[in-house]
Design a protein. Structure first.
Length: 290
């Protein structure tokens, strides 16, 4: 797969969401119910809902029939939307990891690869995009006791593949705030933790990465709700998304008022944490103690 194809595959999730939102706007502007739209393409109301949320792939025939129902007759407009449908069906690189990748996380991996800005706060462990292979292996093994070694290796390989987004041609800006607890909680042996700390010091000097540490000495802080990620995209039609991972599923928040609350928390965390240079010093101090 070429770099261009990889970028298109990463963007397929975004295109699916964009197409779904445009189909929803067209339907609502004509006063057509989801039930009626579903009937026109021999599908259920819930199928229309999933299409409009960008959670399923699109058949060109279904999109054509919906556009006709919504009164879209201009050929250039129809052509643009049908082209978007074709691009939305591109398979991402992560589909080859479908045996170990939950469906709800596939969406996140696609969005992560298409984002222009990724902001994260982590408290339990080092964020996946910043983990060394040995540390990732320790985290996955701890989270999946009794899992076959081959499955653990596949999950670690997926995590390492995800990290390529930070050094790709269209790498996003990556802003991370790590709670000191994530750095002091051992995963793996002393060697693994020392290697992880050294890696964080190194990666924090990359031009597209801003890494800050929220130290224990600060006390209580804005991140009381726990870990989260915020994704922003170059497409003006796509709103920022907040990703909240749970044990067996995930929440994707895109309502403006909800996203704004997390935006304020992230900005407060960044303001209250030592700057990147001071955070590197904190990491060096932890390395000496380890």
């Amino acid at each position: 797969m070429t770099a261009g194809e990889a970028g298109g595959a990463n963007g397929s999730v975004v295109r699916r969401i964009l197409l779904g939102s445009q189909l929803r706007r067209l339907r609502e502007s004509r006063g057509i119910t989801r039930e009626a739209a579903g009937y026109s393409i021999r599908a259920s109301e819930s199928k229309i809902s999933r299409m409009e949320l960008g959670r399923v792939s699109f058949k060109s025939r279904d999109v054509e029939d919906l556009l006709t129902l919504y009164g879209v007759t201009d050929e250039s407009e129809r052509g643009a939307l049908l082209g978007l449908a074709r691009e939305a069906n591109l398979a991402g690189w992560w589909h080859s990891y479908g045996d170990v990748l939950p469906g709800w996380f596939q969406t996140y991996v696609g969005l992560e690869g298409a984002a222009s800005l990724i902001r994260v706060y982590e408290v339990q462990f080092v964020h996946g995009l910043l983990q060394t292979e040995a540390y990732a292996h320790a985290v996955v093994s701890r989270g999946m006791p009794g899992a076959p070694a081959a499955e653990i290796d596949r999950r670690v390989a997926l995590r390492m593949e995800r990290q390529k987004v930070l050094v790709s041609e269209r790498a996003p800006q990556f802003h991370a705030v790590l709670d000191e607890a994530a750095l002091r909680r051992p995963y793996g042996d002393r060697t693994v933790m020392r290697e992880q700390l050294r890696h964080l010091i190194e990666v924090s000097e990359h031009p597209g990465v801003t890494l800050q540490v929220m130290p224990f000495r600060f006390g209580g802080h804005a991140g009381e709700s726990g870990s989260f990620a915020m994704l922003s995209f170059p497409e003006s039609d796509l709103s920022d998304i907040v990703y909240l991972e749970q044990l067996t599923s995930a929440l994707y928040l895109d309502k403006r008022e909800e996203v704004a609350q997390y935006e304020r928390v992230m900005e407060q965390l960044r303001k209250d944490s030592p700057d990147p240079a001071e955070s590197r010093d904190l990491l060096r101090g932890l390395l000496q103690l380890s």
